[in-house]
Design a protein around this ligand. Sequence first.
Ligand SMILES: [Fe+2]
Ligand SMILES: [Fe+2]
Length: 252
Amino acid sequence: METKISEIADGIYRLSTFVPDIAPPAGFTFNQFLVLGDEPLMFHTGLRKMFPLNRDAVAKIIPPERLRWIAYGHFEADECGAMNEWLAAAPQAQAAHGQTGCMVSLNDFADRPPRVLADGETIDLGGGKRVRFIDTPHTPHGWDAGVLYEESTGTLLCGDLFTQLGNGPALTDGDVVGPAIAGEDLFKFSALNPAMGATIRSLARFAPRTLALMHGPSFSGDGAAALRALADDYDRRVSGAARGALQLAAAA
Ligand SMILES: [Fe+2]
Ligand SMILES: [Fe+2]
């Protein structure tokens, strides 16, 4: 396996590892994002077993021991499995995550205490970069779920939102909603919940210019329109599930 490095926005690098054995024949990508600054931040640690690949990829951009912040979307092996390997490799590094995630998992899991981020709280990375944490509970899955928004570049670090199959380009201005709908149809990875459409739609207020997908290409274009279209699709799924439950109850 190799990890490809691409700058998808000014000072934001995508480290992408393609795994052909997942959902063949299309395969599946795992992407980490390195945000440069006086205090560099990585969004997703990557799988623990992929740590050497990601460390070597980061080393092509900055000395790995310079990493200051480690953030991620929700507690799962691909999002934060290599957390403690990174904390060992970078002595100044600290994990940062939302209140729920720290309380439920990270206070215990991380080898050093994490920084607890309130909904909407920012971290100034220096060098003009500033990231804002936004709680998105259960969306697309995980009670602790959240996203990060880098304000200077208008980049939304989406985590598993818009998950798609395949090994596309690092950056596209094409459709990312249709492939995300197909990804959801196949994996059924989302925790459908009544607030889901509203949660995704609310992210459109940032009008992101770049969407950084954990599993798929990054998207350059009208991020708000893409988020609204994805929210509409989840509204459709949630109301369909609710209708199905009502029919079952009526038939009982
Ligand atoms: Fe996930
Ligand atoms: Fe993921």
